[in-house]
Write a protein that binds this ligand. Structure first.
Ligand code: NAD
Ligand code: UDP
Length: 315
């Protein structure tokens, strides 16, 4: 087991759950975050715990953490379409220079390095479900390109550090992950729909709502990231829940669980919105012994409990 982990983006949604899980296993954790899309509040409860430290830093400028360091988990990056379209240059810089600095930190300490890449590297996929061998269909100049191409570059740089410098790297391609600590205003489907349904606002379904996503509960994603960190697998490896559903069916599911029905307000589909997305997880199952365990009902229930009306009022 690795003793000191640096988690970039540790104050974000996925990162804060990962910091918690690493600490529970007895790993010392240094969270590095610039709080651009995350929130210090996500890790405030860890402050004062032995073995936890949080440093405010922009990884695109540097990522220096005193050693020894055994593991670098590189999550820093805006992740929701609303965030990366608001922060286009920062997203490209974080994916490029930021990944470079995080890789240098791992190289300097001889640490294992794990990159959280994304299913967005497949773009609007022509192959379904998506296997790691598929090279993708990405518009290099569209509004999503700042994220997709930053992650593709980050993958290429990670693979090059393994080849050129012998760094022990691993690449995870996360598919849509949801759960407590998503921001109600981050624009992603699940927090938006839950907020709208719990407060009685019309639900903003993009386009016909027939586009699909495969939704993975955050605890499962974190299990997969830990399994990848514990291994020496280079990847890329898909981490996602292969239960695929149409966005309009996701809305129905949340309404059913909430026991309420609110009207749907059609909105235009975003430019280059992928039409289908579903992971083939055979590699993760075979190489890491990992499969998601939390089904959609249970995951949505836990997330909706967290987005209780009192929290939504406060935001
Ligand atoms: P998030 O926005 O909640 O977390 C990202 C964190 O990175 C935030 O705390 C933010 O402040 C920090 N950050 C951004 N730029 C930084 C910089 N330059 N320096 C330091 N910190 C910086 O997003 P998330 O959903 O938790 O995503 C975490 C990672 O997982 C991201 O790399 C994202 O691309 C990847 N991912 C997430 C999903 C998902 O569905 N949640 C899917 C695919 C990939
Ligand atoms: N979506 C929607 N209404 C919203 C937010 C999102 O219909 O208010 C759609 C969006 O167009 C996409 C899907 O839900 O087809 C998932 O969007 P999200 O932003 O959660 O993730 P991503 O597009 O990055 O997979």
């Amino acid at each position: 087991m690795r003793r000191h982990a640096v988690v970039t983006g540790g104050a974000g949604f996925v990162g804060s759950h990962l910091c918690e899980r690493l600490l529970t296993r007895g790993t010392t954790v240094t969270c590095v975050d610039n709080f651009s899309t995350g929130d210090l509040g996500n890790v405030l409860h860890l402050d004062g715990e032995p073995g936890f430290a949080c440093r405010e830093a922009d990884v695109s400028r540097g990522c220096d953490v005193p050693g020894p360091v055994d593991l670098v988990m590189h999550l820093a990056s805006p992740a929701s379409p609303r965030d990366y379209e608001r922060l286009p240059i920062e997203t490209l810089q974080t994916g490029s220079a930021g990944t470079n600095h995080a890789l240098d930190l791992a190289r300097q300490h001889g640490a294992r390095f794990v990159l959280t890449s994304t299913s967005e590297v497949y773009g609007d996929p022509r192959e379904h479900p998506q296997r790691e061998t598929y090279w993708g269909n990405v518009n290099p100049v569209g509004p999503r390109s700042v994220y997709d191409e930053a992650k593709r570059y980050a993958e290429a740089l990670t693979a090059a550090y393994r080849r050129a410098h012998g760094v022990n790297t691993g690449i995870a391609r996360l598919f849509n992950t949801y759960g407590p600590r998503m921001r109600a205003d981050d624009g992603r489907a699940i927090p938006t729909f839950i907020r709208q349904i719990l407060t009685g606002e019309p639900v903003t379904v993009a386009g016909a709502g027939t586009q699909t996503r495969s939704l993975c509960y955050v605890d499962d994603t974190v299990d997969g990231l830990i399994a990848l960190a514990d291994s020496d697998l280079p990847g890329p490896v898909n981490l996602g829940n292969p239960h695929e559903l149409a966005i309009r069916d996701l809305v129905r599911e949340i309404q059913r669980l909430a026991g309420t029905s609110v009207p749907v307000r059609g909105v235009p589909a975003p430019v280059d919105d992928p039409r289908r997305r579903c992971p083939d997880i055979a590699v993760a199952q075979r190489e890491l012994g990992w499969s998601p365990r939390v089904d959609l009902d249970e995951g949505l229930r836990r997330t909706m409990e967290w987005f209780a009306p009192s929290r939504l009022d406060a935001e």
